[in-house]
Design a protein around this ligand. Sequence first.
Ligand code: MF3
Ligand code: CO
Ligand code: CO
Length: 327
Amino acid sequence: MIKRKKRVPAARPKSSNKNPIVAGDLTPTRAVPQSIIRPDYAESGYPIAKAPKDLRKDEETLERMRLAGSAARTVLRAVAAEVQPGVTTDYLDQVCHEACLNLGGYPSPLNYNGYPKSLCTSVNEVICHGIPDSRQLEDGDIINCDVTIFLNGVHGDHSETFMVGEVDEASKKLIKVTREAMYLGIGAVKSGGPVNAIGRAIQQHAEAAGYGVVREFIGHGVGEIFHHQPNIPHYYEPSATFEFQAGMTFTIEPMITLGSYKAQMWDDGWTATTIDLSRTAQFEHTILVHEHGVELLTVDEGEPQPFMPGNDKTLWPMQVDLKAIGH
Ligand code: MF3
Ligand code: CO
Ligand code: CO
């Protein structure tokens, strides 16, 4: 996601987190064979290409985005299968890296603005952009794994939050509400409608549960460029009146917190945590706006498309019944 605002200064509220995450050691940079086609920043670290003014993508590009999206889903499933106590986040990075290469794709985070790894692993109070390292997952942790793959010239961006072993009830509920919030955000998208409908739906659901919505990181247009317009705030921003049109592709990726929604950054320049070290969860899909309905791009062929007209709104296997949560 894109960083939106300056981070807040140092004054930190007292935290009740007795076991905060600490940084481990990084392994050397993983190699990518020359045969894999890379995005423009892969060598220099600096993205150069800009999105065209007209954000609507043509059918040929959209077909490539379906392939990149379903590849992101496949990679995330491979990573998810390895999440368990004792596993290091660096090992999850290796699984992600190799799964991307096996599919013929480049792991988009690698050297994006200098990011050192192929996956983002955000544990407990880490909001996003946690860097995989030698820390072992502990029973009771929650971890967001955020996969982006560059395949056929486009990016597919997808993340979920997983439970490690036995997790407390508060974390379980946080994860459930965050997943629901993402789907409610997706359900608020329509051609001709404003971007701020997304944040309104997400914020309403999160705050009804007593949770916070992170402001500092937002969703984004995605395609041939990793992060482009429009910005997608996950809170209600009245001035965000950009109107969607069919053919636009972007992410919805709310970060929801048990306590303060404010963020602070580690001195690695990437890892963002909640300022009070309360736990936080995130889910992300890349989606496509149609004239009627919205298509999830980060799914496998044959998975439900509950936001396309005429389809059942009950999401299996995600176990979110949109009707039951008032949509
Ligand atoms: N996948 C993240 C997003 O949702 C971006 C990660 S960029 C990185 O936008 F450099 F931190 F990897
Ligand atoms: Co994203
Ligand atoms: Co992402």
